[in-house]
Design a protein around this ligand. Structure first.
Ligand code: FVH
Length: 295
């Protein structure tokens, strides 16, 4: 088969929740799929569906021109890949493990030293979304590898975005987006706790969160423009007003014996921004504090 043939053989190393979903999508799409995992039993369900279990990493790598790795972190990925380095030479390696941009760049240097065409990547969706047209996966590094296997990679998620030749770029986007995600879900859990402290069940409360979630897309687009320009108009929201609002949430939380660590951090950023003389600016102006190391 040619690289652009939808039946390109694919190898998946790592069969945790995400690796299994990735391999499952390839099997479903009709790709000859070879799988390997440190704990071999995790391949059983995939083998029943048509995947081929490799006994060793070397056998797994030898089976396909395109090798995907998705494990806990880059230390685990390199532990798996290093002994297989010579066998990977001349193949395309796509690393869908999450880690730091620095580790992505050093993995790229390792791959270059072994003649491996290396594409770094990040999965931006949960496992049930893998294999759907709307699923976003980010890639950076070898343009040739991306263009050669773009159609095959779209089996994993229809929104396959190539972010450029810097192998660290996908990890930068990944960590920035995950930082946003974790901060937001911590706020959501606090909201459940606060409503719950007054006997409001989370399931009764949750439909109202749509009002907040719906604000975010236009707000993000406008703030992105402000952040890039370094201009923070406070005509629609000003940070003195917002700091007062955050203080009310903290006070009500303390009164109910709830944890306020997440909101304390937000209030600290707002207070330092006001102290720096930006009280009339909008909330996006806290970006100046975000750009400094933590106190
Ligand atoms: N699951 C998700 O929803 C998220 C979505 C966004 C992207 N992440 C990233 O994907 C990577 C893998 O995550 P995962 O969900 O598959 O993780 P686990 O289910 O915990 O499986 C971990 C696999 O890693 C293997 N492993 C760990 N350490 C080693 C090692 N030293 N040597 C070899 N393999 C290792 C582990 O093997 P085993 O324990 O089954 O033998 C699993 O295959 C991750 O970067 C997420 O951030 C997923």
């Amino acid at each position: 088969s040619t690289p652009n043939d939808p039946r390109t053989p694919v190898t998946v190393l790592g069969l945790g929740a995400m690796g299994s979903a990735l391999a499952g999508a390839f099997v479903r799409a009709g790709h000859p799929t070879t799988v390997w995992n440190r704990t071999p039993g995790k391949a059983d369900a995939l083998v029943e569906r048509g995947a081929v279990r490799a006994d060793t990493v070397a056998d797994a790598v030898a089976a396909s021109p395109l090798v995907i790795v998705c494990v806990l972190d880059y230390a685990a990925a390199l532990e798996i890949l290093e002994p297989a380095g010579p066998g990977l030479s001349g193949r395309v390696l796509v690393n869908l493990t999450s880690d730091t941009p620095e580790r992505a760049r050093s993995a790229a240097a390792w791959a270059a030293g072994h003649g491996i065409d290396y594409l770094d990547g990040a999965v931006m969706v949960p496992t049930p979304d893998i294999g759907t047209p709307g699923a976003t996966l980010l890639y950076s590094g070898s343009r040739q590898a991306f263009e050669t296997y773009e159609e095959t990679l779209k089996v994993l998620g229809g929104q396959a975005a190539y972010l450029g030749a810097d192998h660290g770029a996908a990890a930068v986007y990944d960590l920035a987006l995950l930082g946003f995600f974790y901060s937001a879900i911590a706020g959501l859990v606090h909201a459940f706790a606060l409503a719950g402290a007054e006997g409001v069940a989370a399931e009764k409360f949750v439909p109202f969160t749509d009002a907040i979630v719906g604000i975010l897309p236009p707000l993000a687009a406008g703030w992105a423009r402000d952040a890039d320009r370094g201009v923070f108009p406070g005509d629609q929201d000003n940070i003195v007003m917002e700091a007062a609002g955050i203080a009310h949430i903290i006070e009500a939380s303390v009164d109910r014996g709830l944890n306020t660590e997440v909101l304390d951090a937000v209030k600290g950023l707002a207070d330092r921004t006001i102290a720096a003389g930006h009280g009339k600016a909008g909330f996006i102006s806290v970006i100046e504090e975000m750009r400094k190391p933590s106190a």
